[in-house]
Ligand binder design. Sequence first.
Ligand code: ASP
Length: 305
Amino acid sequence: MQPSLIVHGGAWDIPDEAVASCKQGCRNALDAGWSILVKGGSALDAIEAAIVVLEDDPVFDAGYGSHLNADGKVECDAVVMDAATLRAGAAAALKRIKNPIRLARKIWDDCPHMMLVAEGAERFAQNSGLPLCDPAELISEAEQAAYLRCREDQHAAIHHRGHEQGTVGAVAMDRDGRLFAATSTGGTCCKLPGRVGDSPLIGCGCYADCEAGGVSCTGYGEAIMKIVMAKTAVDFLRRDPLKSEKDRSAAKCAAEDAVRLLARRGQGTGGLILLDRSGDPAWAFNTPRMAYGYVQPDGSFCTAV
Ligand code: ASP
């Protein structure tokens, strides 16, 4: 099969001055994932590599540079899902994991459970040979400054502008037709300690089923959870092919219809990326901008904000 890869770096009101770095971040992630896929590597290795790049880039809200919670700490969530088996690995409320996607993968690999949180998740990481980091290593200067501005002014919404969101995600299909989806986030700015959004929840922030496709979401988690958006988009991919229209592929229809439902029933904003079961990419968002990138059939990268 022809491999396929799509990534995102969050749907939000990305300011003009952040556009170039968001695009570059998506390009770097495509580079990391695609170099694995073209050599015949697995979709799982490809999305892990792509997400690690995005987590390490402070322009995105995942891993290093995540938003701080109301206590001034980073708490991260991540998930990876295997479309063939429907098995996922998910972790939430992580304070000492540099690359949360690596822990999600370890949970997928060798944990009897599909989701672990907080200290239990971190203990599992240590026992699996994944080192814990100092929580301070996850805090970027920009997010520390943003947090202090928010705190001084009772978290007035205006201080959240320009850095509201920036969750990351990836969906990949390899030469063997294996499909994986993944999402990683630091959650929302100034969230209550212990708050978990849609991102690591199977079916909400991520879902993959080889009978239909794989999805990674971003946006206002409390709204995305209401409509179980990732699973909803995957179910839209199961619709009759007649659902594809003259100028919209079936994948595009599913992506746009899911985001429409987010607005109508969830009363929220956000976006998603997906690959259908043949690897056809699509995306949709109802925020002013979303950072995303995908590999075109000729192997060239397309990134956009
Ligand atoms: N969905 C994430 C959350 O609510 C935030 C985001 O996508 O930017 O935690």
